[in-house]
Design a protein around this ligand. Structure first.
Ligand code: 13P
Length: 280
C-alpha cells in the first residue's frame, strides 16, 4: 500500500528500527525491492533521483513506482531523492511522490533553511512530508568532505524548516568507499538529542560496515539509503546471464535472474535495518 513519508517514519519510530530506502531505476529494480520487502513483511521506501523524474523518464518510471507501491502487501513510500529545487520537488508531487527530499546542503545555512521551508509548506498542502539535508554529503571521490553536521545547527534547521527527517553528514558519502568509512555514532546521538528526536537519515549506505549501521540505528537513524550496491546486484547478474550460451532472448525471461538478485540484495538490507516483520 502506498503511504506517505510521515506514516512510514512513524512506524520506524514506534518500533525502534530503520526503514530501508532503495533507489530504483527501472521496472526490474523496483520489482526486486518490493519483492524483498513483501517476503520479509517490511515497510520500505522506493526512491528516485531527480534526473529520473524528468518528463522523458518520469513519465514511464513514476507510474511504475506508484503502481508497485499501491499493489504491495506492505507499506511503501514513493520518495524523491536529492531534489535540488522547487522545480523537481513540485514535479515529483505531480508524478505522485508521497515523500520529498529537498537537498539544499550546498547552499549557505540560511538559504538552505529558506528553500527547505518553502518546500515543506508546499508539500503540506498535499499531505507529503520532507527530508532536509544539513552538511553536504558528497561522493566518495570528492577530495575533501564538508564539515560534519553540527548538532546545534541541526536543532535550528529542524525548528525553522519543519522537516520530517534530516539527512546528516557523519563520515558517510555516496558511491563505493575505497576503505570502510568511520561513522561518527556519537555525533548521530548528539544530533538526535539536539533535534528533539527527529528521524535521522544515513545516506551512502553502500559499503558502510553492518556493525556501524546497527549502532547508527540504535541512536536514531530511521532511514538508510542504498543505491550503488543495489545497482551492482542488478548489473552483475545481467553480466553473468548474458554470458551464458543458453541465455533467454525474451527480455522478460532474461530479467528474472537480475530481479531475483536485486531481491536477495535488498533482503540483506531489510534485515540489517531490523525492518523485517514490521509491516503494519
Ligand atoms: P550509495 O549509492 O552510496 O548507496 O548512496 C545512496 C544514497 O545515499 C542515495 O541518496
Amino acid at each position: 500500500m502506498l503511504v506517505n513519508f510521515k506514516q512510514i517514519l512513524d512506524m520506524a519510530e514506534e518500533g525502534n528500527f530503520c526503514i530501508p530506502a532503495f533507489n530504483v531505476y527501472n521496472i526490474e529494480t523496483c520489482m526486486g525491492a518490493v519483492k524483498a520487502a513483501e517476503e520479509l513483511k517490511a515497510p520500505c521506501i522506493l526512491q528516485v533521483y531527480p534526473r529520473l523524474m524528468k518528463e522523458e523518464l518520469g513519465y514511464y518510471l513514476a507510474p511504475c513506482v506508484v503502481a508497485a507501491a499501491r499493489k504491495a502487501s506492505v507499506p511503501v513510500c514513493f520518495h524523491l531523492d536529492h531534489g535540488p529545487s522547487e522545480l523537481e520537488t513540485t514535479r515529483s508531487l505531480r508524478w505522485g511522490a508521497t515523500g520529498i527530499m529537498l537537498d539544499g546542503s550546498a547552499l549557505p545555512f540560511e538559504e538552505n533553511i529558506a528553500l527547505t521551508r518553502r518546500v515543506v509548506d508546499t508539500c503540506k498542502y498535499v499531505d507529503v512530508q520532507v527530508e532536509g539535508e544539513l552538511g553536504h554529503i558528497g561522493m566518495v571521490s570528492d577530495d575533501s568532505m564538508d564539515e560534519f553536521t553540527v548538532p546545534e545547527e541541526a536543532k535550528i534547521f529542524v525548528e525553522k524548516t519543519g522537516v520530517q527527517a534530516l539527512a546528516v553528514l557523519v563520515g558517510n558519502a555516496h558511491g563505493r568507499y575505497k576503505k570502510p568509512p568511520k561513522i561518527d555514532i556519537q555525533r548521530i546521538a548528539d544530533i538526535r538529542k539536539a533535534t528533539n528526536g527527529t528521524s535521522l537519515v544515513l545516506h551512502g549506505g553502500s559499503g558502510i560496515p553492518d556493525e556501524a549501521i546497527k549502532e547508527a540505528v540504535k541512536v536514531g537513524i530511521r532511514k538508510l539509503n542504498v543505491s550503488t550496491d543495489l545497482c551492482y546486484s542488478f548489473l552483475d547478474s545481467v553480466q553473468e546471464e548474458i554470458n551464458k550460451p543458453d541465455r533467454f532472448i525474451a527480455i522478460d525471461n532474461f530479467m528474472k535472474k537480475p530481479i531475483e538478485a536485486v531481491k536477495e540484495f535488498c533482503m540483506t538490507k531489510v534485515l540489517l535495518c531490523g525492518a523485517d516483520g514490521k509491516a503494519k
